[in-house]
Every structure is written in C-alpha cells, then in structure tokens.
Write a protein that binds this ligand. Structure first.
Ligand SMILES: [Zn+2]
Length: 452
C-alpha cells in the first residue's frame, strides 16, 4: 500500500514542507482510475486510521499513519532534507477526498445577466430575451470591452469561490470573444491564472460558441450562411492563432440544432486535432443533434450537457467505452435547475449503459452562475437520481479523465497533493447538507489553504 520515498525531479523550485494528514474519520481514495457502470458508485474507502503524506506537491504515501509518517521521513531524507521537518494537518472527524475537479466551466467573461432571471420569471422566452439585447451576445460585448486586468480579477474572484467549496482543478473555456484578439486574451488570462495557482486552470478554446453579431450582420436574412462563414473563420483564423499561442489544451464546439451542426463541429474538431489539440463538445443539450454520436466517432475526451441525446447517441457512447475509447459524459445539473426547467439528462441511463459519468458546474453568466461542485452534486442527486458515491466519482477521478488528466482525482502515491478535508464524518453527507460550507481545509499542490 505504501510507496515510500517517491520524489520528483524538477520540483525543487516549488518545494514545499512535507505534510502529514491524519485522524480522518473517512478517507475516500477514488483509487482505480476512470470508472463506469456499477463501478461508478464505488469510491473506495480506505481502512480507518489511514493517513496521507505529501511532499513537494505530490502524494508520497497513503496508508496506516505510522507507515505514512515513516515514508514521509524517508522521502525527506532521500532528498537530503531534515526527515523531521514536516507539518501535520489534524483531520479528526473529517472526511478526506481528492480535490474536486470541475470539468466544464466558462470561467472568464465580463458582466452579469441577473436581469434575465427576472425576465424568465415573468415568462419571457429565450428569443424575447435575445431581442432585448440579452443572451450570450451581450456577454460577448462586455467581454470584448474588458481589459485583461478586469478579466484576471474576475477569474481570481470566482476561482477563490470554487476553492472554498473544495475545487482544486477548473477547466476554463474561452468563447465570449468570438474574434481572434479576444479569444487569445481569454486563453492568455486562463494560462496566467493557472500559473498563479493555487487552483489549477485547464484552458479550452471554444471559438465555436455562437456566431458573433458582425458576422450575422454581414449575411442579413441568411443565418445558415452566417454560421458557415463563421465556421470557416474559426478554422482558418482562430484555430491557427490559438494553436500558435500554445495555451489551450483542447477545442470545444457548441454542437446543437440551430447553433453548429454535427458536420460543422466535425470540421472544426478535426482541424483542431491536426493542430495538436484534444477535442470535446457541447452535445445535444436541447435536442438530439448528433453530438453524442460525433463525440464517440472522434474519440473525444468528453461529451457535455447531453440533455437530449438520441438513443443511438447513448449507444455510440456505450460502444466507445466498451471498446476502450471512453468518452466521459459530463452532465451539468445546475443548468436546468437555474433555468427552472425539468432535468432531462439521462444520467441513470448513461451509467446503466456503461458510459463513464462526470458532473460539472458549467459556471457561466447566463444559465449557471454556480461555482460550487458540492451544489452540483446535490442537484444531481435530487434531479438525476445519482447517489452520493456516484456523484463523488463524477467530480473527482472521472472528471479528471474527462480533462485527459491522469495525475489527479484520487489519493494515491505519485498523484498531485490536492485534497480536501470536509467537516462531515462520511462523503455521503457532502451533497446532503445542501449549500452548506463544509470545507475545513483544502490542500492544493501540497500547501494547506485555510478555508478563508
Ligand atoms: Zn458550457
């Protein structure tokens, strides 16, 4: 069980004191990698008395406290350091889990759209809100006008909120620029926030989020031509600039009837892949649009939303998982909740079909201004009939896999020292105390961050 003395070369600049976390009432390791089907509900609870030892940002041992302490002392000695010079975190009575991973957010934008909530409450439709100057294009206007400093301050504020609810890794999409300079500025800001820490930020390019107003205006009365022209611009102008900048890890497309077709998404994502980016997509949020099928065809890292996948789409995702090319279904349960709509995501059906499931917040100013993954877990349990163990798997190891990250999402030697001590005796209570502040401490890259 112990893997003593493990240190990594090249982390000296980021050296941290050793850390020993002891006394937890429950240690949930999530060992075993991406899971699906019945295993989706198996979070793996360590024997009581298990401690976690960390050094230089990595977990060095998970095991009985005396052995973990010994492993930490030997790791320090092996690095030529004082074997007794480490900190202790007393997690008595707490539940210890890996840091949560939010696999789908639109972290960076300017402005807010609280007026639309009132409009919806008064029965105004999406199109009426759009006609009143609201919707996604209003965020695009505000974001284009925002300086990098404003975007960074906004990002730090909301990453801080996410950290306070246990999230240590956040995927962040661009997509509120819809032109080369703003898309690059958003990705640069995401990269800068990742470098600052303590929350790790994983940037995704989402130029194909919507068709910008100037392109619509250039094709009056012909929205299909406008969309086609914009797809060409994403492929010919935005993608090469994004790839040259080198910050984005993956490319996403909003594949939905009336937005971008599966064929347009395929062209964009294949172009992205030839430039070295991983691919993922917003798939079938509102209507079956061939998104799930396309995700399986392309071997995408994830297919997200899935409010209305076709039966063939679910089958295609199940077949992909069966043949060893799993596409993670990233379900976003706070979106229908915030829009006051019934939840349609077939989460249970996906699990039963053997599709690995993740949950994310979809943090964005229009449909989910929600930063808390525990709240998304609560929504998944109440509206999609997940159980708490399935929801924890969906926000740790499966979410990390959906981002293509193998170095986190579980408490295992050799993985990043990202962990959370929750002020509850079992993980089953994390989503139960809906909306409560349960985080006692967060450890990010081996550093203890008090819950401010
Ligand atoms: Zn989204």
């Amino acid at each position: 069980m112990l893997d003593a003395g493990r240190t990594r070369a090249g982390v000296a600049a980021d050296a941290t004191r050793g850390l020993l976390v002891t006394g937890a009432a429950e240690v949930v390791t999530l060992a075993g990698g991406l899971r699906r089907g019945r295993a989706q509900g198996d979070p793996v609870i360590a024997p009581s008395g298990t401690a976690v030892a960390c050094l230089d940002g990595w977990i060095v041992a998970v095991g009985p406290a005396p052995e973990a302490e010994e492993a930490l002392a030997s790791a320090l000695a092996a690095a030529g350091r004082d074997s007794g010079a480490f900190d202790r975190l007393d997690a008595s009575g707490a539940t210890l889990t890996p840091g949560l991973v939010d696999a789908h957010t639109h972290l960076l934008f300017a402005g807010s759209r609280e007026d639309e909530v009132v409009m919806r409450a008064r029965g105004r439709t999406y199109l009426e809100i759009l006609a009143a100057g609201g919707g996604i294009l209003s965020t695009v206007r505000a974001t284009r006008a925002a300086s990098e400093a404003v975007l960074l301050a906004h990002g730090r504020r909301w990453l801080g909120q996410m950290l306070r609810t246990g999230t240590t890794t956040v995927e962040a999409k661009s997509g509120y620029g819809l032109d080369v300079p703003t898309e690059l500025r958003l990705l640069a800001a995401a990269g800068r926030l990742a470098a600052e820490g303590p929350v790790d930020v994983i940037p995704t390019f989402l130029g194909a989020h919507a068709v910008p107003q100037e392109v619509r205006d250039a094709h009056p009365g012909d929205p299909a031509a406008a969309t086609e022209a914009y797809v060409s611009a994403v492929i010919a102008e935005q993608l090469p600039a994004v790839a040259a900048q080198g910050i984005a890890r993956s490319c996403d497309v909003f594949c939905e009837a009336g937005v971008f077709t599966a064929d347009q998404a395929r062209r964009i994502l294949l172009a992205a892949r030839t430039l070295g980016l991983d691919v993922r997509l917003h798939a079938d949020e509102l209507a079956p649009s061939g998104g799930a099928e396309l995700a399986a065809e392309l071997g995408a890292l994830s297919a997200d939303h899935l409010g209305s996948p076709s039966p063939e789409g679910i089958q295609a995702l199940a077949a992909a998982a069966e043949t060893g090319r799993p596409v993670v279904a990233v379900v976003l349960p706070t979106v229908p909740w915030f829009l006051g709509l019934p939840a349609r995501e077939p989460a249970r059906e996906l699990i039963e079909a053997g599709v690995p499931l993740a949950l994310a917040t979809d943090f964005n100013p229009g449909t989910s201004p929600v930063t808390s993954l525990p709240l998304a877990m609560t929504a998944a349990i109440l509206t999609l009939r997940l159980d708490p163990s399935e929801a924890l798997v969906a926000t740790t190891v499966n979410a990390a896999a959906g981002l293509g990250l193998r170095d986190r999402g579980a408490l295992l030697p050799g993985l990043r020292a990202d962990l959370v001590a929750w002020d509850v005796p079992t993980h089953v209570q994390i989503p139960y105390w809906a909306g409560s502040d349960l985080v006692r401490a967060v450890v990010a890259r081996g550093r203890v961050l008090p819950n401010a």
